[in-house]
Ligand binder design. Sequence first.
Ligand SMILES: [Zn+2]
Length: 335
Amino acid sequence: MAGEIDRRPAFPVLLRRHDLCHRADRDRRDVEAVHPYRPGAPVRAALDELVTRRLRQGAAVPGFTCYGADTALAVVAAAEQVGAPVILLVAPSTAAAAGGSRLIRALRGIADDAAVEVCVQLDHAKDEPVIRDAIAAGVDSVLADGSHLPFAANAEFVRRVVSFAEGAGVVVEAELGSVPGAEDQAAEQDADAVGKTDPALVRPFLDAGGARLLACGVGNVHGRYRGTPEIDWPRLERIRVAAGAVPLVLHGASGLPVEDLEAAPAVGIGKVNVNTELRTEMLAAAEKNLGPCRAAGEDMLTYTEALRQAAVRVATEVLALTSAAPDKRSTTRTA
Ligand SMILES: [Zn+2]
């Protein structure tokens, strides 16, 4: 695996002067015009730098869980349509499954070919071998998730991942506190059931672990919300102050009210993770189209296109919400 790491292009290749988004902002409708890097070396954004830059613009970068290359193609098409950067998330269950490394390589290729900045991230990784394989396959970033561990063990796990990931140019996100629910299941979750992030632990955790992005638990859940989601805005503000320049990440953005998503960048959340919403709509499209497509001579083309359109629709909506300049938003809210 070490050999594979060595074959990766030097990282960051990569523009420190990221002007792609500015171009995209200038002319969102002309995707070709914002593709100044083809042909030539792929443009890769360091995730923390990308997120920090977008936060300064009052926007957040959404990440979408991709269970296959088809979802990634749809998400990137949506990002190009909106003219905003995006993150392709790979669940550890997907990465560790048969063909997981090949899927990451495929996503790497899709990301490098995109007309907007696209990062590939291994999500919620708890096992070092899975992380090392994902880095060898070409992810830009890893969520080293030690949130199930006690504080010191979590920080130590993050520090260990940082020690080999950063040398390969891979940005490490960490999670303090915990986000209830499983990433791959949509069971209803009670946000109060599990401990939220303690703001007093944020700075010691970041200093000890060295993560460059921080996922926190502030009333957000994986899967579906039971009742109305209640984001703990005062806690989030205290976390933001403690985190300083380290951008915050909100997992479980599916099902949050529009105004919560729109308000996220104002309180330091520069990355939002979306999974359930995408799965729900794609599976609904599958259900609706399966019978008719079978009846129409096993029409695979129409079937896959219906799923693609469902994914594009969801991704476009989220991208539009999280990427719009604050003065273009339907609602405003302060913490
Ligand atoms: Zn998550």
